[in-house]
Design a protein around this ligand. Structure first.
Ligand code: PHE
Length: 341
């Protein structure tokens, strides 16, 4: 009887100590199972109850019950304590300090080239132009041949072409889209073709990849006056309603006659400055009346139809409009530069 009594006492001491040591509800519960569970230590000890003389059994039984109750109580109060600390810690870690400074939110913006491109497209859309697109990888036929630039023609040199191993090229201008449109649709046509073009060229005013917008109008009785009207209207809308516009004779194999269009320098207003190289004028686009040879390659009757085409560099217009003096800035992805627009 004494031995059993002692075992119970020592179990009580161990259990109390263990309960107090546990720090989480889970591990505390495991301790409870270890001492008081169905297969726990207490059950183990009470297996020997049968070996006692019958008159001693009620007393030890009562003792065991009392012990069990006491340990249950300690367990419960320790559990409450642990849960309370857990809640407190959770509240503390999840609390929001409303006095902390806010985290800055970085707002994105549309790339300046995209902004200008969109503006150009919507101005032409307002004038009734459709938007048409072509591939950036072109065949020699579309980029040159059909545009009346035969093999070995000297103007091919001006294009600084990137050639692919299979003889195709990265298009050097958006003019091949003229051919693709005229092959597909019959006049009257009024379209612009915005897109990326590639040339082996790199300095403050040239990047190997840049954007152009091509324009093409084909119908009966289209004249140079229509070309002038459309180009002038566009330039006075995209720059300034007082912008001076000048057509200078030039040469492109796919237009005849051809012209280079200049605008009065947007920086010095014509007085002469570094940007316009003291001339007071800035070159802004190429244009001309569609050459009958081009109509011939797309089987459009050049006796019945006439047309005009123009092509401009988007980065150039963006630089002039936004006052940027190095074209490479557009493609360096410098966040401080881009943020300004
Ligand atoms: N494709 C010419 C260029 O890239 C521009 C142009 C287009 C000229 C249409 C005349 C007509 O230089």
């Amino acid at each position: 009887m004494n031995e059993l009594h002692q075992k119970l006492e020592s179990l009580k001491g161990q259990a109390l100590q263990a309960f107090l040591n546990e720090k989480t509800a889970d591990s505390l519960y495991q301790m409870k199972v270890y001492f008081l569970g169905k297969k726990g230590l207490l059950t183990d000890i009470l297996k020997d109850l049968g070996k006692l003389p019958p008159e001693d059994r009620p007393q030890v039984g009562a003792l065991a019950n009392q012990l069990k109750n006491e340990l249950e109580k300690t367990y419960q109060s320790r559990l409450n304590e642990i849960q309370r600390t857990e809640v407190e810690q959770k509240l503390k870690s999840e609390s929001i300090d409303v006095t902390l400074p806010a985290v800055g939110v970085c707002k994105g913006s549309i790339h300046p080239v995209s902004q200008i491109l969109t503006e150009i497209c919507s101005l032409f859309a307002d004038m009734g132009f459709d938007i048409f697109e072509g591939p950036e990888i072109e065949t020699d036929y579309y980029n040159f041949e059909a545009l009346n630039i035969p093999k070995d023609h000297p103007t091919r040199d001006m294009h600084d072409t990137f050639f692919l191993p299979d003889q195709r090229v990265l298009r050097t201008h958006t003019s091949p889209v003229q051919i693709r449109l005229m092959e597909k649709e019959k006049p009257p046509l009024r379209m612009i073709a915005p897109g990326v073009v590639y040339r082996r060229d790199s300095d403050v005013t040239h990047t190997p990849m840049f954007h152009q917008v091509e324009g093409l109008v084909v119908d009966e009785n289209i004249t140079l006056a229509h070309l002038k009207g459309v180009v002038e209207t566009f330039l006075r809308k995209i720059f300034d309603s007082k912008t001076r516009v000048k057509f200078r004779p030039s040469f492109f194999p796919f237009t005849e006659p051809s012209a280079e269009v200049d605008i009065g320098c947007v920086f010095c207003k014509g007085d002469g400055c570094r940007v316009c190289k003291q001339t007071g004028w800035l070159e802004i686009m190429g244009c001309g009346m569609v050459d009958p040879e081009v109509f011939c390659s797309v089987s459009i009757d050049s006796e019945r139809y006439t047309g005009f085409a123009f092509g401009m560099g988007v980065e150039r217009i963006a630089m002039l409009k936004l006052g940027i003096d190095d074209i490479r800035l557009f493609f360096e992805n410098e966040i401080d530069f881009l943020k300004q627009f």
